[in-house]
Ligand binder design. Structure first.
Ligand code: GDP
Ligand code: IMO
Ligand code: MG
Length: 456
């Protein structure tokens, strides 16, 4: 502000290189974040699709992760799964954007795109950041061998090369999308990336070295098809916001899988929390208005790592069966447990959630009683907040409050009032203990199977 005022008082003091961003922005702020509040697979795809189709969204943007994500969208009974592509790819009129924070496997990108085209889907316009990092086949090789090497300590990764690609990025030996358009630079970068990697592969993992030329050939094969999609996505999105257009940031993975805030080391290698949206897109935090945490009415987790409310009895098997809890990307069975309000409060805090979208309430139709974890017992003490250390979290025992079930099929409900009284009470109780209002509730996988609790 002071700079703007000085500019008026002392003309010529500031040499302006481009248009000054308008100081007065539209009253309604059109940047919305949708993210996972648990360990993933909360129904982010459904929430994104719902908002994209009902709120006239102009851009749907992925800002972190890669094709480790698996988002399901059900439209008119037809099921679609997206991995690297934003779910907005199914929304004609919206532009899909893969922003700089994503790690892009060109092979996975075109496999997914071609899969949709083969199904006759009218795919939306797609833009890819020039500065997004690339996943090549050697990242996949390293992901798999390093997991095997970890033995019983393995993370249970999706084996898609995500961790090694982010490691190269941070190590400053990554390859970026723009590098695919300059063969000489690309060769230099691959050489630098493989230098240490090949030592590791041959001397530690007892594997064959990877040839620079083979990687260059693999990546260059995608360059021309990628070229028209590639742009400065930060500029694109900021210009769109300046023009009053609406941008939806579709989260992948989730808060508890975040490399900083999750159950480290049993996490993914990126920042799926709200803060990651700004670094992953080049859109500043002040431009974001709503941050919606998608959360299941119970909890699931794929892969290794602590999970206090995990069930090892028939309830767990039934949640898995009724909820269809099978991973979209890897086909692995998801571990299941009751709702954890400590996790919900934590997600609310670290993301600054403005609201929750509660999914899969219909799965709980089949229980007489529904326990909810309201706090943990750790070493004999009652703990209401996420413990500071991972070893405390490993020892956390859930303290449950039990709510009466409703034993009614709610999949046809469309208003909050139509829900059975006990289901309404369950939603209200979760809202009170979770740290943010519940904007909507999912009562089935379909776009229309949604109950709005608090219209925004
Ligand atoms: P994402 O990774 O967060 O997008 O979630 P996934 O697609 O991996 O997993 C969520 C699963 O739950 C998918 O099969 C969705 O179709 C389904 N789903 C989403 N919302 C609801 C809901 O409210 N009720 C039911 N029964 N299924 C839902
Ligand atoms: P969506 O977007 C659930 C988990 C993996 C593993 C850990 C690290 O569909 O919610 P990675 O391959 O990322 O290095 O694996 O993270 N994981 C997910 N779990 N949903 C996801 O995505 C996940 N993406 C990664 O199972 O435990
Ligand atoms: Mg998923």
């Amino acid at each position: 502000m002071w700079a703007q005022e000085l500019r008026c008082l002392v003309p010529g003091l500031f040499r302006c290189r481009g248009p000054v961003r308008p100081l007065v922005r539209r009253a309604e702020m059109p940047a919305i974040v949708v993210l996972g509040a648990q360990w993933g697979d909360e129904g982010k795809g459904k929430a994104t699709d719902l908002l994209a189709t009902t709120d006239s969204i102009d851009y749907v943007v992925r800002t972190s992760g890669g094709h480790n994500a698996g988002h399901t969208i059900v439209v008119n009974g037809e099921k679609y799964a997206t991995h690297l592509l934003p779910s907005g790819i199914l929304t004609p009129g919206a532009t899909s954007v893969i922003a700089n924070g994503v790690v892009v496997s060109p092979e996975a990108l075109f496999r997914e795109l071609d899969g949709l085209l083969a199904r006759g889907v009218e795919v939306a316009d797609l833009k890819v950041s020039a500065t997004a990092h690339v996943i090549a086949s050697y990242h996949v090789t390293i992901d798999k061998v390093s997991e095997r090497f970890l033995g019983k300590n393995q993370i249970g990764t999706t084996g898609r090369g995500i961790g090694p690609a982010y490691a190269d990025k941070v190590n400053r030996v990554g390859i970026r999308i723009a590098d695919l358009f300059d063969e000489a630079i690309l060769l230099q970068k691959i050489e630098a990336a493989l230098d240490v990697r090949n030592h590791l592969l041959t001397k530690v993992y007892n594997r064959r070295a990877i040839a620079v030329d083979a990687v260059a050939e693999e990546l260059l094969a995608y360059a021309e098809r990628l070229r028209p999609m590639v742009c400065d996505t930060s500029l694109l999105l900021n210009n769109a916001l300046d023009a009053g257009q609406t941008v939806l940031f579709e989260g992948a993975q989730a808060t508890m899988l975040d490399v900083d805030h999750g159950t480290y080391p049993f996490v993914t290698s990126s920042s799926p929390v709200a803060g990651g949206v700004s670094t992953g897109s080049g859109v500043g935090p002040t431009r974001i208005d709503r941050v919606i945490g998608v959360i299941k009415a119970y909890t699931t987790r794929v892969g290794s790592g602590p999970f206090p409310t995990e069930l090892f009895d028939d309830n767990g098997t039934e949640l898995q069966r009724i909820g269809g809890e099978i991973g979209v990307s890897t086909g692995r069975t998801r571990r299941c447990g009751w709702y954890d309000a400590v996790v919900a409060r934590y997600a609310s805090r670290v993301n600054g959630l403005t609201e929750f979208f509660l999914t899969k309430l219909d799965v709980l139709d089949h229980w007489d009683e529904i326990p909810v974890c309201v706090a943990y017992e750790i070493d004999g003490q009652r703990v209401e907040e996420m413990p500071m250390t991972q070893s405390e979290f490993h020892h956390a025992k859930p303290i449950y409050e039990v709510f009466p079930g409703w034993r009614t099929d709610i999949s046809g409900c469309r208003t909050f009032e139509e829900l059975p009284a006990n289901a309404q009470s369950y939603v209200k109780a979760l809202e009170e203990m979770s740290g943010a209002k519940i904007w909507g509730v999912g009562v089935g996988p379909g776009r229309e199977q949604t109950v709005v609790v608090h219209p925004s």
